[in-house]
Write a protein that binds this ligand. Structure first.
Ligand code: FAD
Ligand code: N01
Length: 543
């Protein structure tokens, strides 16, 4: 094994979010040396970057956390049902301190390129600081939602006010008091930040291209008694999450919406709406994602709620989505719809009246100009593949990942890609990733990868790579599952159509966390079925 300071190491990890931190901990436990490269100046990933007002999780805090350490579970006290960004960031900083991970991380450093040396069986990663690090393994923990999408509006350079992107929010407090502010985008980030900005700004313009469905978060404080009971029951609660579809402990629905009476349907929807949270409606019946009629019932209910919350019927109409509910990520909110009852908030339909360009003092629409002091881009991310494509990754025969993925992302189990031996993805495309509680998916992937490295060490294997047949078969399986649902027909970052010119591709494993875990475990039980090991290059990576 090699020294971490030598320029060579056993494993290079990229990204210090939930994934990278747990990876470092497990790799060290296994006796491997690892270096972690992180673009940001601190740990936390998503929770380091997304500091916009109102940012918080939409999976209950005590499920959106690690389970690997009993002490950590016992020590950490969550204060709210859905923790705020600062609280989650504090948690991840605590994890990094408690498990002494910071000294293995090189901050303010971007992995710009990574190339595989076929003869040596090693990866060399080049950073923006000019360093080259050679390692046997490369693990990309770069995040599904880490590369921001800021549309290239003409004239932004001339804007004399301030502008922000929710995904790269400043560390210093931003004060909109007395200002006229425009928020562009009404996905989860917009829906969380709009109520907060409206409370502070003198005037808020919301520029909406597509309305989205949002469920009430019903956020509340967590009492000491509740937290104690969660800690006592944590192991069984966690097993329930791991075996579920979405990675949450909610009991699965058992009935189809199309098979019950209208009264029974309403009762179930009312119950979900009252409970709140992202699965308020999707958790009510089994067929919301697979049956247009069932989906239509849930849509009707959601639109009815919007009409009941928004006093102006015309605004309520503008806020009412028409797409299949859930196929674009459902949002959760605290007083989002009610915000449009405020006198200082205007909703502008930029599908009907598109943004033309940015002026020095505002935003020019095709029809009219909005004068503003600040602009907030809540325009989302180059999701799922963006952060991976941002690194010049070259596998066997110098083939770029961009070429291997020219017709859409391909991977076996979302963990490895043909042609890129010893490169692992955490929550990569074709895994349940973004359709799950990602804390559950991340722990499972990290465990799988680290166990695989231990297996390779114990069996004298130097490289691992999926076979073409296994990857093709997995892709076919993932696509077949998705095509039985309404998901692929959405316009959303789930299918990549939020990015200009991107081919529509749905690359998420839809059957859920539990079935996926079983698939991964079975592959291991079958002797890493679908993977090929190579023992020809067994020398270490030491300098
Ligand atoms: P990230 O947290 O994205 O971390 C990746 C890190 O890699 C980043 O720090 C980035 O700077 C770094 N990086 C990327 N490329 C490079 C490079 N080339 N060189 C160096 N460093 C690099 N999921 C849920 O399950 N529940 C939630 O409630 C939830 N809420 C969310 C709220 C917001 C605002 C957002 C944006 C996402 C949310 N998600 C949620 C998804 C969230 O991204 C994951 O839950 C999780 O935090 C991902 O962790 P990660 O470590 O895999 O990736
Ligand atoms: O991004 P989005 P997000 N002109 O892509 C609009 C997670 N997350 O940052 O729909 C005008 O969802 C775009 O319009 P349209 C969660 O997984 C979770 O909000 O493309 N508008 C859309 O309204 C989430 O799904 C939380 O027509 C433009 C918006 O910008 C994911 O991150 C909180 C435009 C982008 O919405 C991404 O969410 C935050 C343009 N040129 C994030 N370009 C929680 O609640 C884009 N838009 C836990």
């Amino acid at each position: 094994m090699t020294s971490a300071s030598s320029g060579t190491t056993d494993v290079v990890v990229v990204g210090a979010g939930f994934s990278g931190l747990y990876l470092l901990h497990r790799l060290r436990q296994m006796g491997l040396h690892a270096r972690l490269l992180e673009k940001g100046s601190g740990v936390g990933g998503t929770w380091y970057w997304n500091r916009y007002p109102g940012a918080r999780c939409d999976i209950e805090s005590f499920d959106y956390c690690y389970s690997f350490s009993d002490e950590l579970v016992r020590e950490w006290v969550w204060s709210e049902r859905y923790a705020t960004q600062p609280e989650i960031l504090r948690y991840l900083e605590h994890v990094a301190d408690r498990f002494d991970l910071n000294r293995l991380i090189t901050f303010d450093t971007t992995a710009e390129a990574a190339s595989f040396d076929q003869n040596a069986g090693t990866w060399t990663v080049t950073t923006d600081t000019g360093e080259q690090i050679t390692a046997r393994y490369l693990v990309l923990a770069t995040g599904n939602l880490s590369l921001t999408n800021r549309p290239d509006f003409d004239g932004l350079d001339s804007f004399t006010g301030q502008w922000f992107h929710t995904g790269t929010w400043p560390h210093e407090p931003v004060d909109f008091t007395g200002q006229s502010v425009a928020v562009i985008g009404t996905g989860s980030s917009g829906i969380q930040s709009i109520p907060k900005i409206a409370q502070q700004a003198e005037h808020l313009y919301v520029l909406q291209r597509t309305p989205n469905y949002s469920m009430p978060a019903r956020n509340r404080a967590v009492t000491a008694e509740e937290m104690s009971s969660i800690v006592v029951n944590f192991p069984s609660r966690r097993r329930a999450c791991e075996n579920s579809d979405a990675g949450t402990p909610l009991p699965p629905a058992t009935q189809r919406a199309v098979e019950v009476t209208a009264e029974q349907r309403r009762a179930k929807y009312d119950e979900g709406w009252e409970r709140g949270g992202i699965s308020a409606l999707s958790g009510a019946f089994t067929d919301m994602f697979g049956d247009e009629v069932a989906n239509g019932y849930a849509q009707d209910y959601a639109r009815e709620q919007i009409r009941s919350l928004v006093t102006d019927p015309q605004i309520a109409d503008m806020l009412s989505p028409s797409h299949d509910i859930g196929t674009k990520r459902t949002c959760t909110d605290i007083d989002y719809y009610q915000t449009y009852n405020r006198d200082n908030v205007d909703l502008i339909n930029v599908r009907a009246n598109p943004i033309s360009h940015i002026t020095p003092t505002g935003i020019a629409l095709h029809d009219g100009v909005i004068e503003v002091d600040s602009i907030v881009f809540a325009t989302g991310f180059d999701a799922i593949t963006g952060a991976l494509a941002d690194i010049d990754i070259r596998g066997r025969a110098d083939v770029p990942l961009s070429a291997a993925w020219a017709n859409g992302a391909r991977a076996y189990l979302g963990l490895q890609v043909v042609g890129f031996p010893n490169m692992f993805l955490i929550t990569g495309p074709t895994s349940p990733s973004v359709l799950s509680n990602m804390a559950i998916s991340i722990e499972q992937h990290v465990d799988w990868v680290v166990d695989c490295l231990a297996y390779m060490r114990d069996n004298g294997h130097a490289t691992i790579e999926p076979t073409n047949t296994a990857q093709d078969e997995w892709m076919r399986h993932v696509t077949e599952l998705a095509n039985a649902t309404l998901y692929p027909r959405a316009h959303s970052w789930y299918v990549g159509t939020n990015m200009d010119g991107r081919e529509r591709a749905f690359t998420i494993y839809i059957a859920g966390c539990g079935p996926y875990r079983e698939e991964c475990d079975q592959v291991v039980a079958d002797g890493y079925r679908g993977f090929e090991f190579d023992a020809t290059s067994t020398e270490g990576t030491s300098a």
